[in-house]
Design a protein around this ligand. Sequence first.
Ligand code: F6R
Length: 605
Amino acid sequence: MCGITGFTGKEPALPFLLQGLSRLEYRGYDSAGITLVNSKKLRTWKTKGRLAELEKLLQKDLTQSCGIGHTRWATHGVPSNMNAHPHMNEACTISVVHNGIVENYAVLKEELIKEGYHFHSETDSEVIVQLLDYYYSKKPVMKDALIKTVKRLEGSYALCITTIFEPNTIYVAKKESPMVLGQSKEGVFCASDAPALLAYTKDIMPLQDGQMAILNKNSLELFDQNGKSIQPKFIHFPYDIQAAQKGGYDSFMMKEIHEQPDVIRETLRGRFRGNKIVLPKIDELKADWNSISNTVFIACGTAYHACIYANSLYQKYTGKPSSVIPASEFRYCDPNVDEHTLCIFVSQSGETADTLAALKLAKAKGCTTIAVVNVLGSSIARQTDAVLYTAAGPEIAVASTKAYTTQLVLLHVLILKLAELYGIKVNGISRLIKDMKRLPELTEETLGYEKEIKKYAKMLKDQRDAYFIGRQLDYPSALEGALKLKEVSYVHADAYYAGELKHGPIALIEKNTVVIALATQPEIAAKTISNIKETVARGARVILITDPDMDAKEFKYVIRIPKMRPELMAIPSAVLTQLFAYYAAKEKGCDIDKPRNLAKSVTVE
Ligand code: F6R
């Protein structure tokens, strides 16, 4: 996720670019840059850090009336001045900002190097400007060069390009990354999202996949991948800027819950070739996989719940010994780890002090270390032997939602890869991969239950406690559901293995107690159902989350997850419990994005 702005018009471009980028900082803030055009040259300023750092580099009296800007959330290459956008060709005649992932950048880069091109950054985006240069050098028509370039790109992109050849023109292209256009008396604009434009116009045109545009001082031309003209269609945006930054939702948590289909798609992008798992960073590790006798998953909080899920999957797919340890315990439990141990660390921020300390100990003991992290170039990412990135983008709400589900997805892919490296065949892998590819649409379908969840969350209005129960792969979902509810609504919640209820906790169940029961695993669901009945018999109100085939006639509040392989059910379950926590918190008037006593990143022990 990154933020893009572009402006060409009668007024200076800089004020629009900067205000636009500040409205888009929620999309990324690890580096920022702009290019301004005058008739003789492109002037580019870029830096690691937030927009404020960029502003320090700029003179206030820059009056050029055409320019592009970028605020970055790193995906390829750490946050650095060199990796910051815009990227330029060697002659500094073309400048490009990009949001998205170019999956085939390595192949394109090799091709361009053979043609004599030099690369300066670690980004996938730099191939785009070099490709444009290459095609423009063959035939100096930028529209044609753009059409040829985007035909070569696999993956996702929103592009904004400016050149010295047409100093008042901006070229724009879009596939699977957002881009909106707008026009006002000041000029013509483009941006990754509407909040950047709303101070200037409320009539906005979202560009569709495969569409491109040429923006001039007071005109806007739209065309498809064959260069054929398209009629622009504007939509009137009713939101104010703040609401639009949250995508029209009232909180970042809700926005981030709804982003999950997209970020799961991004996290899975390019990970499969047939039934083979594509994780080059793991291949590059060149570990002696057969000598790994023990695997340990380590993390804190929500990421720890992702580890519990991963640990169960690992044992199921590989049959090898593994365990899960909270990072805050790892240093103090004298862990039985050595050079034959694989330690897998999971962290959204990549900066959690306990996880970092556990990583240092694991390294000192000679373990092989892999991290699953969201923030590129973070401390944990830098210090492990191999790092895999979830593509959740910046998570602003304190309570983790999209980072969690992308962790589940990426850990799943990693475990399949490890099975492959151990030479173990996972039963039903084709079907599993097929369903994994459908996860974005299945998650979207799950979000369709929002109305029901909203209604059920009202049950908590006068309740102090709630209980989440589940067995096997439903157990981490129960833990995470309870944590989310506690964090944002302050309702006390506990999670139990469903079979453990009768060994104590059932003493707490009385008339109207709310129980969220997860029974998504067909092999064991019947057992969970009988545990649920025990709670109903004591007056509990049970919300049952189950699969489409389960016989659940006797239950009043039932949500059926779309049909998919049971190993994947934890993802829609998480989405449902996140919605439940959100609506419970809303019902109680809590500050959803900033729950009391909590910080987004816990960098102290
Ligand atoms: C809960 C939550 C926390 C974090 C935990 C670890 O919603 O966000 O429990 O999961 O503090 O943080 P990271 O993943 O950044 O290491």
